[in-house]
Design a protein around this ligand. Sequence first.
Ligand code: CP
Ligand code: NVA
Length: 297
Amino acid sequence: MATRHFLSLLDFSPTELQTVIQRAIELKKKPINQNFNGKVLSMVFEKASTRTRISFEAGMAQMGGSAIFLSPRDTQLGRGEPIEDSARVISSMTDIVMIRTFAHETIETFAEYSSVPVINALTDALHPCQLLADMQTFYEQRGSIQGKKVTWVGDGNNMCQSYINAAKQFDFELSIACPKGFEPDAAMLTANSDRVTVLDDPQTAVANADLVVTDVWASMGQEDQQGKRLSQFAPYQVNHKLMEAAAKNALFMHCLPAHRGEEVSAKLLEDSQYSVVWDEAENRLHAQKALMEFLLS
Ligand code: CP
Ligand code: NVA
């Protein structure tokens, strides 16, 4: 059987995604077991991380396996060893690999040459692991997201694009409010035009939204644009005024790290009436344990 990878939410069927999320909820209640006894995860990080690194590493430890942190600074990857060669070698010695990198093509090439499952732990295009945690969090707080409305406010980035895939796989409506010129990938929008709309006014976009989500205005690798983006994105801050224009009981999510006073007000981020960001962050641990269990079985 061909090796399964998780580079995008589209690599799993809607039923498989639901299975992973339900298993994550179960594992959350019973975090320690030996299901990964002797299994080793390789973690390739070409960008910084707090949540992703800790959740994968702690997840392996809690399930009886172990993890190796690989930074390009101290591996041959950073000295130009081809991805194809690295993939064959790393996958010959470890059971599962997660990669955080820049170009999405890098992880696709790695997966093509890997003999073991590869997990996308964030590329410039997608961040599917975060969506598993977000979907788990919504389910725990409000039940099924099917038929609900989600609004993305801000940059049409890797998180926004993952929400487009989630809208398809979890069957919800998605409205996106972003400044002109910062829309997500046009082909993704066209492919999902039955459920995804793009508007430039955040107040209009959040009407009847059950979930409002945002992320930083400049992602990793775009640090040089941070200053310019501050003024372009200023009308897109998610705050109490915007949440009040959404549905009653709407939730607020943010993958973190957050920039208080930019994409989200400090007050909203800390207001547990709306904000579930701390549960969302913790759920990275449970969701990825369930994901790895699925891929390793
Ligand atoms: N949300 C997320 O992926 O966080 P880190 O960059 O800290 O891993
Ligand atoms: N869009 C952000 C997400 C960080 C978890 C970035 O890519 O930097």
